[in-house]
Ligand binder design. Structure first.
Ligand code: HEC
Length: 226
């Protein structure tokens, strides 16, 4: 093989994926503008996406590197089969119910950064808002993941919490931790404002709103045959 073919081959094997996976999607993403729902067709009012995520919490999420282990992207299923893994959206409780739709570019429109994720070491969080428990349970998980699952490999984000001496009545915000993870007697663990924003962000993660125009297809009954 001559040198020229080698260099060209090298350029193609890196250049093509770069073009298709980074440049083209980035250009498409930049051209997106908010789209209003059509109440008649979509059965929804307002703009897409309807609920912007908590921006401050997203910054904490980025700073702490959560997206190194968590994706926020449900891929389209292979072979055009309907839906992705069941139970990844609002149907978490009664799995398996209807399949969740894959994510589309517009899902990231309300966000300053599209946190698709790097690796899926932890579960996908695209629809975490649907299965998130109350704030206190989420804080307990972030402070001590092994207080929820003893096998958890998620790091403990103790830096987002403050261990303080109980003065007077215990704080309402104090984490309810199992004995093994609780601070010593007379002390309590409370979330910092950053931890509060992060949890609000996690609770706001819902990327399965109906897509404008598309839901109309499912909602309209087929015309009766003559
Ligand atoms: C080293 C990889 C790693 C990092 C970094 C990481 N996680 Fe996790 N995470 C996991 C794993 C593994 C699990 C599954 C076990 C568990 O629930 O503890 C998980 C579970 C979770 C869950 C529960 C998901 C569900 O579907 O029930 C949430 C929420 C979560 N992580 C949030 C975060 C946040 C927020 C950060 C950043 C502050 C973070 N994770 C950083 C690995 C990681």
């Amino acid at each position: 093989m001559n040198f020229r073919t080698f260099i060209l081959g090298l350029a193609a094997s890196f250049g093509l994926p770069w073009l298709c996976l980074i440049v083209i999607p980035a250009m498409k993403y930049q051209q997106l503008t908010p789209v209003a729902y059509d109440k008649e067709k979509d059965g929804v009012e307002g703009f897409y996406p309807p609920a912007p995520v908590n921006g401050q919490g997203q910054l904490v999420y980025i700073r702490e590197g959560c997206n190194q282990c968590h994706t926020q992207m449900i891929r389209p299923s292979q072979l055009g089969l309907d839906g992705w893994y069941k139970g990844w959206g609002q149907d978490q409780e009664g799995r398996p119910a209807t399949a969740v739709r894959p994510n589309v570019l517009r899902d990231y429109l309300g966000e300053k950064y599209a946190l698709l994720g790097v690796q899926r070491i932890g579960p996908d969080l695209a629809n975490f808002g649907w299965r998130a428990g109350d704030a206190n349970a989420l804080h307990a998980h972030l402070y001590a993941p092994r207080s929820v699952y003893d096998w958890s490999t998620m790091p403990a984000y103790t830096g987002l919490y403050k261990v303080q001496k109980i003065q007077g009545p215990a704080s309402e915000r104090a984490l309810k931790l199992p004995k093994k993870f609780a601070p010593r007697a007379g002390y309590e663990v409370v979330p910092t404002p950053e931890a509060e924003r992060l949890v609000e962000y996690l609770q706001s993660l819902k990327k399965d709103h109906p897509i404008p125009g598309q839901s109309a297809v499912a909602a309209t009954p087929a015309p009766a045959k003559k």
